[in-house]
Design a protein around this ligand. Structure first.
Ligand code: SF4
Length: 160
């Protein structure tokens, strides 16, 4: 999806990121959790330019999640090996990112409320998978959007 629509994103990228994407592609060649990773230029994902370019272009076309990798769009939701969704956060599933937003004590709001949009998107992805359409296929590479956790079923908190 990203490759097929790259021409839409290139004009919106940081100049240094655009040079790298045009010369070497947007994937780094590394993998995480079995998924390919986006390149990073200057410490930021190549698609980061005053926010996520993939998000902005999609939103302008009427669907903010049209181009955004699933791992980015769903953050901080993630999946266990058995397919169950959970909220990434400190102390859950071996979470190794120490971001403030992944501290379950950082906000009194329940995840079901603060992550309502992401939960709805997860349900959409699950439904699409059931219908034979895979979700995202690229791992998150956005420095401020790295990881969290807790089962949605336990009503955990993450992110205010
Ligand atoms: S890591 Fe994901 S959310 Fe962040 S800029 Fe890149 S594509 Fe967008």
């Amino acid at each position: 999806m990203i490759a097929d629509n790259l021409a839409r994103f290139l004009p919106e990228l940081r100049p240094e990121a655009r040079r790298v994407v045009e010369g070497e592609g947007f994937l780094s060649g590394r993998r995480k959790g079995g998924l390919p990773m986006l390149r990073v230029v200057g410490g930021w994902c190549v698609f980061f330019h005053r926010g996520c370019v993939l998000h902005k272009v999609g939103a302008a076309e009427g669907d903010a999640y049209r181009y955004k990798p699933a791992a980015c769009a769903l953050f901080p939701l993630a999946r266990r090996a058995n397919g169950d969704w959970y909220v990434r956060q400190w102390g859950v599933e071996g979470e190794d990112w120490d971001l403030f937003c992944l501290d379950p004590a950082a906000s009194p709001r329940p995840a079901a409320e603060s992550l309502a949009e992401e939960i709805a998107l997860a349900a959409r992805f699950t439904a699409e998978e059931a219908g034979g359409k895979p979700g995202g296929a690229v791992e998150n590479a956005c420095p401020p959007l790295q990881d969290t956790g807790e089962s949605l079923l336990t009503g955990g908190r993450a992110r205010g």
